[in-house]
Design a protein around this ligand. Structure first.
Ligand code: AMP
Length: 464
């Protein structure tokens, strides 16, 4: 469907055209008309489907044409700083996603007179407070910083007409539920609410029943389906072989733009360091890095010839990196839905992409869960380098004992002596029998007296 058929204002159609979009994506086609009619929407959409424009375009239209005011009957805007009050609140789980939504609002709303800003933690609040004081119509926020600034009376949500909860399932995963409850209680009840989630677990359904009024359900793809244009594969590989395999895959790809996922922050740093040591430029991004470092890393990744980006799941959701050719799951995630979010970083906006997973022995159950959730049977691949290494017999020195030891162990008839065979623990009965025979059941060395007697007889102590 064309954007012209979605009853969008000409100013918004202009920005859509500038963005180079020709036709609306499935989620846009379904969501935009519902939002424009003032309906609450709960949307289940996989990443990279054009979800941001699906809520941002009608939101901008409602606020800029004041159509929304008629449908919700919101109070007259209070005359405050710059004659503006916050009329729409967009909540997201991570700073990166918040910044990205902010960019999208700029892109889609550049021909409107609406102002927006973003607040998130991890940076000083001064510039955020200044922007709020200048007055904004739309606020994009992460829950923690929002509550912080509300507590300091820099933010007033009493005039909110539109509330958008983006990546709702991740907000719950990250433990924001109490923060969300406090925020939702503060915004007026007669608002319009849109909730988007990549997955629809029962908790999200319950919240949508509590917070949304007779929502229209928009479901553009089956829950947790993987993007069709991603080519998936898995390597069965032991943890110690993962660094070699990673370097091999990156080296063999042509002009790759690679995003590697690690389960832990320390892991991400280690992988990036190891790649650097192997001569492959790499950087890591995770929650422990300062906001300015994270932003700088993202900028570097978006430039020409980017380094490999090794990320924890902070970066797996919502981030819209352009042209990622490979997503590599260095560790398989514990929660299978995360796999879907991770591989959704590639094959965005109709481009192809590759998702490669490393699965060690103790990660097999995770792979089973992923295949069960997605319904995909992921093809298994083998690394030529690792296979070659496994098939090459190791050098003699490692397999064979030294000449001296060999002689020690070999009996005259060429067989290995009893002493060098593996020892098993003797049972109590055997021990007693051995004692009765006078032998040493414990294999202890003979005492000094025995040795002395034996030497006088001219035999070895052990046989005495
Ligand atoms: P999102 O799922 O909102 O993160 O969007 C994923 C990517 O798709 C972004 O790079 C958007 O710029 C792009 N996009 C959104 N809508 C369209 C469209 N109708 N046609 C082509 N690309 C789009």
């Amino acid at each position: 469907m064309k954007f012209e058929d979605l009853s969008l204002h000409k100013n918004l159609l202009r920005s859509v055209q500038d963005a180079g979009y020709e036709v609306a994506t499935a989620i846009q086609e379904e969501t935009i008309p519902c939002v424009l009619k003032g309906r609450d929407v709960v949307g289940c959409a996989q990443t990279g489907t054009g979800k941001t424009a699906a809520f941002a375009l009608p939101l901008l239209q409602l606020l800029s044409t004041n159509e929304h005011r008629k449908t919700t009957g919101a109070d007259q805007r209070r005359k405050r700083s710059g004659n503006r009050v916050i009329r729409a609140l967009l909540l997201t789980p991570t700073r990166e996603l918040a910044a990205q939504i902010c960019d999208a609002l700029y892109k889609y709303g550049k021909y409107t007179e609406l102002r927006h800003t973003v607040v998130y933690g991890g940076v000083k609040q001064h510039s955020q407070v200044s922007a709020l004081k200048r007055g904004v119509d739309i606020l994009v926020a992460t829950p923690g910083r929002l509550l912080d600034l509300m507590g300091q009376r820099h933010i007033d949500l009493r005039q909110i007409e539109l509330l958008v909860l983006d990546e709702a399932d991740q907000m719950l995963d990250m433990g924001f539920i109490d923060d969300l409850r406090r925020i939702v209680q503060t915004v007026p009840a007669n608002r319009q609410t849109l909730m988007f989630s990549a997955t629809m677990p029962p908790e999200i359904r319950k919240l949508s029943q509590q917070w949304l009024k007779r929502p229209v359900e928009v479901n553009v793809s089956p829950v947790a389906s993987t993007p069709a244009r991603v080519t998936q594969s898995v390597y069965y590989v032991e943890p110690s072989d993962k660094p070699t395999l990673l370097a091999e895959i990156i080296r063999s790809a042509k002009d790759p733009k690679t995003l590697v996922f690690s389960r832990t922050r320390r892991g991400a740093d280690k992988i990036a360091k190891r790649l650097e040591r192997d001569g492959i430029p790499a950087v890591s991004i995770h929650g422990e890095k300062s906001q300015s470092k994270r932003q700088a890393t993202i900028r570097r990744f978006e430039k020409k010839n980017p380094p490999v980006l090794v990320a924890t799941d902070v970066a797996s959701r919502g981030l819209d990196f352009s042209g990622v050719s490979h997503v590599i799951n260095y560790d398989l995630p514990e929660v299978p839905e995360i796999y879907v979010h991770r591989i959704g970083r590639t094959a965005r906006a109709g481009e192809p992409g590759e998702a490669v997973s490393f699965c060690s022995g103790d990660e097999r159950h995770r792979l089973r869960l992923i295949q069960r959730l997605t319904g995909d049977s992921i093809p298994i691949r083998e690394s030529a380098m690792i296979a070659k290494r496994k098939n090459t017999p190791k050098p003699d020195v490692q397999l064979q004992p030294t000449e001296e030891k060999k002689d020690d162990q070999k009996r005259d008839d060429g067989k290995v002596s009893r002493a060098s065979r593996p020892r098993f623990k003797q049972s109590g009965r055997r021990k007693a029998k051995a004692k009765r025979k006078g032998g040493s059941s414990s294999g202890k060395k003979p005492g000094r007296l025995k040795k002395f007697k034996a030497s006088r007889k001219g035999t070895s102590g052990a046989k005495a």
